[in-house]
Ligand binder design. Structure first.
Ligand SMILES: Nc1ncnc2c1ncn2[C@@H]1O[C@H](COP(=O)(O)OP(=O)(O)OP(=O)(O)O)[C@@H](O)[C@H]1O
Length: 293
C-alpha cells in the first residue's frame, strides 16, 4: 500500500513525545504526570483496565483536551503546528463516533482528505484515489453510496477507519479501532497496521483485545491515570505489569513465539494474589500444536 502523504514530515524527531504534568476533566484529575515517547514506524498499543485513562491519554496527546505539560509532534510543539498541516500529519479515529450519519460513506471518507484540499477547491483526482484506496483497504467500497447512519456497527467502523487511512498521515491514533469488527476484519486491521508501520507510519491504538495488543511492537500499560510500563510484549516486565494491572486474572501463554492472554476465573481482587508481579507469575509454559495463521 502506498502512502503518498504530502504532509510527511522530513525530520528525524520522534512522531510523538509527551511530557504531561496532568490532565483534569471537569475539575477531576484523570491523568497524573507521565512521559510518553513514540518511536517511528512502530505500532504501539495502549492497554489497561476500564477507567485507567487510556482514551484520555490518547485524546490529550492528539491535542483534543486541555493539559498541563508539553506535547511534541515530530519535534514541534503541538500548538505551533498550522492546523491543516497538523491534520495531514496526525489522523484520528475516535471511539463510538456518532456524527455524519446522513452523509454517504464515500463522503465520510472524503472528510479525511479535507486537510489536503485548498479552501473551496473541492476534491482532486488524488483525493478521489486516496478515498477509493482506503475504502478498498477496509472493504467498505461496496456501500460507498449508503448513508453512514444505515450501516451496521462493523460496517460503520470500517468506513471510519477508511476516513482515518485516507488522510495518509505519518501518525495514526485510534481509540478502540476493533470495536464491532468480526475476527476476519480484525485480522485485516492487524495486517493493515503492520503494513503502515513497515512504511514508516507510527500507529497508536487503545485496545481492549489483549491478544491483538500483545502483537504490537510495544505496549503502554496504564492504571489509575498513570503509565505503569512501556515496553515490548516480549519483555517479562511488560507482561508482569499487564498481570498486575489486571489483578492477576490473566493467563499469559506463549504459543509459537506469540503471547496470548486468557482471562481466568480463579482469583478475584478480594482473594489473596500471587506473591508478586515478578516476571513469570501466572505465565503458563505451553507447547502448543496450534498452527500459526
Ligand atoms: N468528561 C469527564 N469528566 C470527568 N471524568 C471523566 C470524563 N471523561 C472520563 N472521565 C473519567 O476519567 C477516567 C478515565 O477515563 P478514560 O475514558 O480515559 O478511561 P479508559 O481507560 O479509556 O476506560 P475504558 O477502558 O473503560 O474505555 C474514568 O474514571 C472516567 O470516568
Amino acid at each position: 500500500m502506498k502512502n503518498t502523504s504530502a504532509a510527511a514530515p522530513h525530520t528525524a524527531a520522534p512522531p510523538l513525545r509527551a511530557r504531561l504534568q496532568g490532565v483534569s476533566l471537569q475539575g477531576t484529575p484523570i491523568l497524573g504526570a507521565l512521559d510518553l515517547n513514540i518511536a517511528p514506524a512502530q505500532w504501539t498499543a495502549i492497554v489497561g483496565p476500564n477507567g485507567a485513562g487510556k482514551s484520555t491519554l490518547l485524546r490529550a496527546v492528539a491535542g483534543l483536551l486541555p493539559l498541563q505539560g508539553h506535547v511534541e509532534l515530530f519535534g514541534r510543539p503541538l500548538q505551533q503546528w498550522d492546523p491543516k498541516a497538523r491534520a495531514r500529519t496526525l489522523a484520528w479515529l475516535g471511539q463510538n463516533e456518532h456524527s455524519s450519519d446522513e452523509l454517504k460513506a464515500y463522503e465520510v471518507v472524503m472528510l479525511g482528505r479535507l486537510p489536503h484540499q485548498a479552501w473551496l477547491a473541492g476534491p482532486s483526482a488524488e483525493d478521489h484515489a486516496a478515498v477509493a484506496q482506503a475504502m478498498r483497504q477496509t472493504q467498505s467500497w461496496d456501500w460507498r453510496e449508503r448513508p453512514l447512519g444505515q450501516l451496521s456497527g462493523g460496517e460503520r467502523q470500517r468506513v471510519l477507519l477508511a476516513r482515518a487511512l485516507a488522510v495518509q498521515a505519518q501518525l495514526l491514533l485510534m481509540d478502540e479501532p476493533l470495536a464491532h469488527l468480526d475476527p476476519p476484519h480484525q485480522a485485516d486491521w492487524l495486517q493493515l497496521v503492520r503494513a503502515l508501520a513497515a512504511q514508516g507510519v507510527a500507529v497508536i491504538s487503545v485496545l481492549h483485545e489483549l491478544n491483538m495488543a500483545l502483537q504490537a511492537d510495544s505496549l503502554v500499560v496504564m492504571q489509575g491515570g498513570q503509565v505503569r510500563c512501556h515496553g515490548a510484549p516480549e519483555q517479562p516486565e511488560t507482561r508482569a505489569a499487564l498481570q498486575d494491572v489486571f489483578d492477576h486474572r490473566l493467563h499469559l501463554i506463549e504459543v509459537q513465539g506469540q503471547w496470548l492472554a486468557l482471562p481466568f476465573a480463579g482469583a478475584t481482587p478480594s482473594q489473596p494474589r500471587p506473591q508478586s508481579a515478578t516476571p513469570g507469575s501466572n505465565v503458563l509454559p505451553l507447547k502448543s500444536t496450534h498452527r500459526q495463521p
